[in-house]
Design a protein. Sequence first.
Length: 133
Amino acid sequence: INILSLWSPKKMRLESEFEDHLYDFMMKKMRRSRLKIENQYIIKDEFEYGRVDLVIHDSIFIELKNNVNNKDLENATGQVLKYQRILEKSNVPVILLIVDKNYERVHNKLHTFITDYNKKHFQKLLGIVVVPK
């Protein structure tokens, strides 16, 4: 997770551009390790399925969003919670990584969602906000 703090993306328009940039960054930073990094990873159980943006060694799942409004943030949080339900037996973290130029607004709103969620559930929701250059 610490490696995500080193990622400093430039401004891009599309979420897919950020996903590709993060994937390339992770591949470069971790190329000497034996960790497997995959993008657009399908997860499923008997009731639901999802497509996670980036998976590191089947143990850290990252969903990336960019330039979110309040509704997008609420939807993204719901998406990550769905992924946690699917992966519940694996007990792996799912991280919501948001790229947004308005750090303060997104961070505060995300903190509110996470605090409310963590009060009601045992599994912790992780959220990170990154500001593009």
